[in-house]
Design a protein around this ligand. Structure first.
Ligand code: NAD
Length: 442
């Protein structure tokens, strides 16, 4: 089948945009129902982000689609060489529950821009959002391009087995492994956007107050259920008391004296996750927070002193509003701690020392890096987003989405007017002659 033209792709993206704008209220309400997400937070991190991705694609698509001409070695002259972007075909997009709208539809923007069809599998754990996603797609008249399939593990496995042309999965590392295993049956390529423990370090930082406010914001955004949230915080011994004061102040500024009553604090997605997080707090030294409400599934922003650094909080990605603080004495302890875990999705360092910043950049490999802030690097459409090693493979956002959903086809067109007889057997010249020829003409 002929891939959709530029104008058709622009039409798909425009109708998606119109439908999103039309359903704004319903979308934000669904996010509130599923995750207690404040509508402003819902707009900033989900709908607004998505509209930005669409606008960027609408503006840039004609440039992205252009074939790229490259030079041709003399050996093959006369000829023209280029590579061009071809859609894979049908993309299966499997979304998680934490940013259930954005993480389902932002990949779709890239898939459509690159000329693909898509199957969306929204998270079964965010049912209101899953419903509104289907509504948005139907209202956008995209039923020829996009199919929405609801369901859980079984339905997802059936979709994988049906042999899509590429699978784009966002979720946990453990499930990512299972997805890749199933995809291998049909040799289906995968993009895996996974998780992990993203470290955050404060080292010789000139503004501890601002650092703490930014950390508190990024950690407790979506009640800690953010794949790039700082998972734990490492603080120098002499800064600890001051950092604790500033973090507590920041929590009060953001969520008031009783965070469980705050409309800005989200809920845990379901009872199991709520209970799992509370279990992590058992027998821990809680510095602030630690209270929860079973009815609303809210847990107050919680700081925990992690003295030995091998408590259960450090065993896996926390994915909730709990921030363990680890105190270090020497710089080496920072790297030793970070290296205990697989390469993270994000790494954060607050420092005013450029030497340390460089050392951190050199020694810590992560999907993304943000210096003197957290999470915000995701907001820059010009930056690729994705993990490395167990935190994922493949990258997207902006132009990188177009690239992720396109096959780069290598093309060469030759002319008939010159025929180089040397390449054909029987070979009459010496090996040395061919060595020299290849060196000169390649
Ligand atoms: P998950 O991995 O549990 O599941 C995602 C979806 O996959 C589920 O909704 C389900 O339909 C399907 N699934 C689950 N098990 C399956 C199996 N065995 N075979 C086939 N399909 C299966 O993810 P989640 O709990 O929805 O999300 C939380 C995780 O996602 C966290 O680890 C977080 O770090 C990660 N995450 C990563 C990013 C990113 O962009 N890198 C973004 C958000 C969340």
């Amino acid at each position: 089948v002929k891939p959709p033209s530029l104008s058709e792709r622009l039409r798909f993206l425009n109708s998606l945009k119109t439908s999103l704008i039309k359903h704004e209220k319903e979308i934000l309400h669904a996010l509130e129902l599923d995750l207690g997400k404040n509508p402003i937070e819902g707009y900033l991190t989900e709908l607004g982000f998505l509209l930005g991705e669409i606008d960027h694609a609408l503006k840039s698509l004609s440039g992205w689609m252009k074939p790229v001409v490259v030079s041709t070695p003399w050996l093959f002259m006369p000829a023209r060489s280029w590579y061009e972007y071809r859609p894979f075909g049908e993309i299966l997009i499997i979304a998680p529950w934490n940013y259930p709208f954005q993480l389902c539809l932002a990949p779709l923007v890239g898939a459509l821009a690159a000329g693909n069809k898509a199957i969306l599998k929204p998270s079964e754990h965010a049912p209101s959002t899953a419903q509104v996603i289907e509504k948005v797609i139907i209202a956008a008249n995209l039923d020829q391009q996009v199919r929405v399939v609801h369901g859980g593990v079984e339905e997802t496995q059936a979709l994988i087995a049906s042999g899509p042309d590429l699978i784009f999965f966002t979720g946990s590392t453990e499930v990512g492994r299972a997805i890749m295993r199933s995809a291998a049956e049909n040799l289906t390529p995968v993009v895996l956007e996974l998780g992990g423990k993203s470290p955050c370090v404060i080292y010789q930082c000139e503004s501890l107050k601002i650092a703490c406010k930014r950390i508190a914001w990024g950690k407790f955004l979506n009640a800690g259920q953010t794949c790039v949230a700082p998972d734990y915080l490492m603080v120098q011994e002499e800064d600890y008391e001051q950092v604790l004061v500033y973090l507590k102040e920041a929590i009060t500024e953001l969520f008031g004296a009783d965070p469980l009553q705050s409309k800005s604090l989200g809920s845990m997605i379901h009872d199991r996750h709520f209970q799992g997080l509370l279990n992590l707090l058992e027998r821990e030294t809680i510095l602030t927070g630690g209270v929860s409400n079973k009815e609303t599934l809210k847990i107050a922003p919680t700081l925990v002193l992690n003295s030995s650094a091998d408590e259960k909080l450090m065993k896996r990605e926390i994915f909730g509003p709990i921030l363990p603080i680890l105190i270090y004495k020497s710089k080496e302890e920072i790297f030793k701690q970070i290296q205990k875990d697989p390469k993270p999705l994000a790494a954060y360092v607050f420092t005013s020392e450029s030497n340390f910043e460089e050392e951190f950049r050199e020694r810590v490999l992560s999907g993304g890096l943000c210096v003197n802030d957290v999470v915000v690097h995701l907001g820059n459409k010009n930056l690729p987003f994705g993990g490395v090693g167990p935190s994922g493979m493949g990258q997207y956002h902006g132009h990188h989405s177009f690239l992720a959903f396109s096959h780069k086809r290598a093309c060469m067109k030759r002319s008939f007017w010159f025929e180089n007889a040397l390449r054909y057997p029987p070979y009459k010249n010496s090996l040395n002659f061919f060595k020299r020829l290849m060196r000169w003409l390649s």
